[in-house]
Design a protein around this ligand. Structure first.
Ligand code: NAD
Length: 497
């Protein structure tokens, strides 16, 4: 550790670590504190990807003021001109996809192929909203007066703050920023300090595309320093946040009634395995849904509710599959399980594994991996727990790591009751061949996303996304056309002659 710190200090002193800046009011600028936050490679913690400003509240206030000043002109900019900027930014992401994907893997840890998919998906998101935003209009209402037209117009809200996590550091910002901009809002964007480079590249894409000054502002920093400055001023008319339930609820409570919020929060997503399921497919759903991205997807499967009749066979197949998974750096081809993204994630996941060992039965894995290739990163082998019951913490609390809790169920009704016995409701899946159960599940499950013979993870750009219960605010969905609604308000106009 001492050696690692010394290497880092030497690299900073020799100025080998690239310093990135905020983007405020059309300029790349240093933070006011002069302090920096290291962006650490989770596969090799001696590798500092870059350093980003630990911005101050004053920096953040300046970003909000810049966005407010830019609003009047941006809302009047023709939608076709706004769409052109989105398309050009998409082109920049596509042209640099290989390089940005390598950076994403280096800062966040995920496998390189997934990182590249994420960059390209973000570009697609921009292109989707460039088109969709141009046909997003109000309505005309039939009425009795021949000399009057009654219609609605959708107009932008004003300044919106966009606050994002580290797990999808470019696609989540893209799915928020694109609909905000195309509808004429101006943006203050704060990425997670644990993976800010990908959000920085997205900002750079808009800058390259010629976004006018003040329309998009990028500010890095600690939530404690900049959070309130970008969420609580009344001029901030909307906040789109993705992150933990605790932080999202805190922000939601802190704002006034004139600030609209869209909070995409945590999950404890169940997969139900019925006794008629194709067990190989069900195992695939558990492994891909629960362990890809090292369990760090908000929609990742964390509970597997499996029918008693097939539990033994399912468990055997699951363990065999998990044993064969390759654990290593995201840069190596064919890696299935990459490191956890941060030291904090490592600590949390290991803590829950210890809790799980006391509460339930650890069938496989759950080790903090050591040895060549592992020592320098945050590596944990996937943990499979059996004999998990509803009251256990590993059945109730979001872990956000490669940990699967197997819960035995005795009927469809028992499975639904247990699946719904959660404060979360983000995504849920069932493995079954029975069409009646498929239908019933879609109706009975308390979840914003419902998957039938598909992984709990994964959602389309053009379909709405969001959760129920404490997984989201009960307000607006994001993604698809629904994503545009959040960023616009309706005016009803009665026009006589
Ligand atoms: P986090 O809540 O710690 O941080 C998310 C972002 O919010 C970061 O940019 C952080 O700096 C900022 N933030 C935190 N507190 C703030 C405050 N008071 N004011 C302003 N900004 C604040 O979450 P994380 O660890 O980065 O991400 C993991 C969490 O995100 C998990 O709970 C996961 O389920 C959730 N998540 C949800 C979705 C979804 O769509 N529902 C998607 C991905 C991740």
């Amino acid at each position: 550790m001492a050696e690692m710190m010394a290497t880092r200090a030497a690299a900073i002193a020799a100025d080998k670590i690239e310093a990135f800046r905020n983007y405020i009011d059309g300029e790349w600028v240093d933070g006011g504190s002069g302090e920096w936050l290291d962006n650490v490679n989770p596969a090799d913690t001696s590798d500092i990807v870059g350093r980003f400003p630990a911005s101050t509240a004053e920096d953040a206030e300046r970003a909000v003021r810049a966005a407010a000043a830019a609003f009047a002109a941006w809302r009047k900019t023709p939608v076709t001109a706004r769409a052109k900027i989105l398309n050009q930014a998409a082109g920049y992401l596509e042209a640099n996809a290989e390089r940005f994907a390598a950076e994403l893997t280096r800062e966040q840890g995920k496998a390189l192929n997934l990182a590249k998919d994420e960059i390209l998906r973000s570009a697609q998101t921009l292109r989707f909203y460039a088109v969709e935003g141009q046909s997003f209009t109000g309505e005309i209402f039939p009425q009795d007066d021949a000399n009057m037209t009654v219609y609605t117009e959708r107009e932008p809200l004003g300044v919106v703050s966009i606050i994002t996590p580290w797990n999808f550091p470019v696609s989540i910002p893209a799915r928020k920023i694109a609909p905000a901009l195309i509808t004429g809002n101006t943006v203050v964007f704060k990425p997670s300090s644990d993976a800010p480079l990908s959000g920085y590249r997205l900002t750079e894409a808009f800058v390259q595309a010629g976004i006018p000054k003040g329309v998009l502002n990028f500010i890095s920093g600690r939530a404690g320093d900049v959070g309130a400055a970008i969420t609580t001023p009344p001029v901030v008319r909307a906040i789109s946040f993705t992150g933990s339930t605790a932080a999202g609820e805190q922000i939601h409570r802190s704002v006034g009634i004139t600030t609209r919020t869209q909070m995409e929060l945590g999950g404890k997503n169940p997969l139900i395995v019925m006794d008629d399921a194709d067990l190989d497919q069900a195992v695939d759903l558990a492994v891909k849904g629960g362990l890809s991205l090292t369990g760090q997807a908000c929609t990742g499967t964390s509970r597997v509710l499996v029918m008693r009749e097939v539990k033994a066979a399912f468990t055997d197949k699951l363990i065999a599959r998990v044993k064969a998974l390759k654990i290593g750096s995201g840069m190596a081809a064919g890696t299935d399980i990459t490191p956890l993204a941060t030291a904090r994630q490592l600590e949390t996941v290991l803590r829950y594994i210890e809790i799980g060992k006391r509460e339930a039965r650890l069938l496989y894995g759950g080790e903090h991996l050591r040895g060549p290739g592992y020592d320098s990163g945050y590596y944990v082998s996937p943990a499979i727990f059996s004999d998990v019951t509803q009251e256990m913490r590993i059945a109730r609390e979001e872990i956000f790591g490669p940990v699967l809790a197997l819960i035995e169920v005795t009927s469809y009704e028992d499975a639904i009751r247990k699946a719904n016995d959660s404060e979360y409701g983000l995504s849920a899946a069932i493995a079954t061949r029975n069409p009646k159960l498929m239908h019933a599940f879609a109706r009975d499950i308390e979840s914003g996303t419902v998957k039938i013979n598909r992984t709990t993870t994964g959602n389309l750009i053009n379909a709405p996304f969001g959760g129920l219960k404490r997984s989201s605010t009960s307000t607006f969905r994001e993604s698809g056309r629904a994503g545009l609604e959040f960023y616009t308000q309706i005016k009803t106009i009665y026009r006589g002659v």
